[in-house]
Design a protein around this ligand. Structure first.
Ligand code: ADP
Ligand code: MG
Length: 356
């Protein structure tokens, strides 16, 4: 069983703090993704769990055992890297069994463990090959096989699919999810790709500049982002943001953008009329409507993906992105009218960025 608890962990390289107080409890069997922009500290946090990096302050425990001073090999974890890190002079079978061989496990036992893992990953026909005789996807699968053979308490993945082409990435993503469903081993998975993070995770951890911005299920993060950073990071195309303020007209509350665009608000925000706020609306939550009750948008660019059309335009002086799923005919230069879907808007504090 493999729970992981991270308690107020810091990491500094010399004077530079890169992890600035992270706490997180990962349940046994959970699939956690760590996501955030490049350089935010994802790999550093993962490497502290693995033992490849010292912990400057705070405590990490695996299964309630504090591992701060344990060597990686004594932590009962297995790590899979972006560059696979296979031994070129060993066959697939030897690569997969190597950790057991180092531990002086009996040959017959190693062989059966390797065969079992090969079976799960469909690697049987490749066991006698060398890494250079494999495709990128197959190498990645061998790296996972090597991790599975060790039957660890926790799998740690650091951007394992980043070297694969888009199609293979989607396929391997499915395989990793399947693997997790089959084996049920606690997994911490680092990626900078929010789609990968969303599709794989039980819970996502969004990181930014060495801190956690929000932890939640994919739906929680999408529906109720805690702040503007998460709102912007999760979802594609990204959420639209308009700066302005909330105003009351009679019984109805509106958001009025700096450039004068007026949008209805369903609920009364808990701020006064004059406070600056940021209105957020996802591109897929804007619909075409008639001229008399919509907001005017001048279309600059249209991107046809086959299934959807992404419209980039201007609404007053604000840039706006609209995702149309009904294959409407929209062309650059057109004036269209849009309306937000009721209940789908978000409001953020203009200063702190926090959700209102
Ligand atoms: P991510 O994986 O999210 O892209 P990293 O965890 O690799 O980010 O790095 C976080 C920050 O720590 C970066 O600013 C990086 O430059 C810095 N960093 C990473 N390793 C070292 C190191 N060995 N010495 C100094 N700074 C480092
Ligand atoms: Mg990294």
């Amino acid at each position: 069983m493999g729970s992981v608890s991270i308690d107020n962990v810091f990491k500094a390289y010399g004077q530079v703090e890169v992890i600035k107080g992270v706490s997180l409890n990962i349940n046994d069997g959970e699939f956690i993704t760590l996501v955030g922009p490049s350089g935010c500290g994802k790999s550093t946090l993962l490497r502290m769990i693995s033992g490849l990096e010292d912990i400057s302050y705070g405590e990490i425990a695996i299964n309630k055992l504090v591992v701060n001073n344990l060597q990686p090999k004594d932590r009962d974890i297995a790590m899979v890297f972006q560059n696979y890190a296979l031994y070129p002079h060993m066959t697939v079978a030897e690569n997969m069994g190597f950790a057991m061989k180092l531990k002086k496990v009996d040959k017959v036992k190693i062989q059966s463990a390797v065969e079992e893992a090969a079976e799960i990953l469909g690697l049987q026909p490749l066991l006698a090959r060398y890494p250079k005789q494999l495709s990128g996807g197959q190498r990645q699968r061998v790296a996972m096989g090597r991790a599975i053979v060790r039957k660890p308490q926790v799998f740690l993945f650091d951007e394992p699919l980043s070297n694969l082409d888009a199609k293979l990435r989607v396929q391997m993503r499915g395989e990793i999810k399947q693997l997790h469903q089959t084996l049920g081993i606690t997994t911490v998975y680092v990626t900078h790709d929010q789609i990968e993070a969303m599709t794989l995770a039980d819970r996502i951890v969004v990181m930014n500049k060495g801190l956690i911005e929000q932890v939640g299920t994919p739906r929680e993060l999408f529906d109720k982002p805690a702040n503007r950073f998460v709102a912007n990071f999760i979802g594609s195309p990204a959420m639209n943001f308009l700066e302005g303020k909330c105003e009351q007209f009679g019984t109805q509350t509106f958001f009025t953008s700096t450039s004068g665009v007026r949008l209805p608000l369903e609920q009364q925000p808990k701020i006064s009329d004059t406070t600056k706020a940021v209105y957020g609306i996802r591109p897929e939550h804007l619909k075409l409507t008639s001229a008399d009750n919509g907001i005017e948008v001048k279309v600059n660019i249209t991107e046809d993906t086959g299934s959807d059309i992404i419209v980039l335009g201007k609404c007053g002086t604000d840039q706006i992105t609209i995702l149309l799923r009904d294959r409407e005919e929209v062309a650059p230069g057109d004036i269209i009218h849009i309306t937000p879907l009721p209940g789908e808007s978000h409001l953020f504090n203009a200063n702190s960025g926090r959700r209102i």
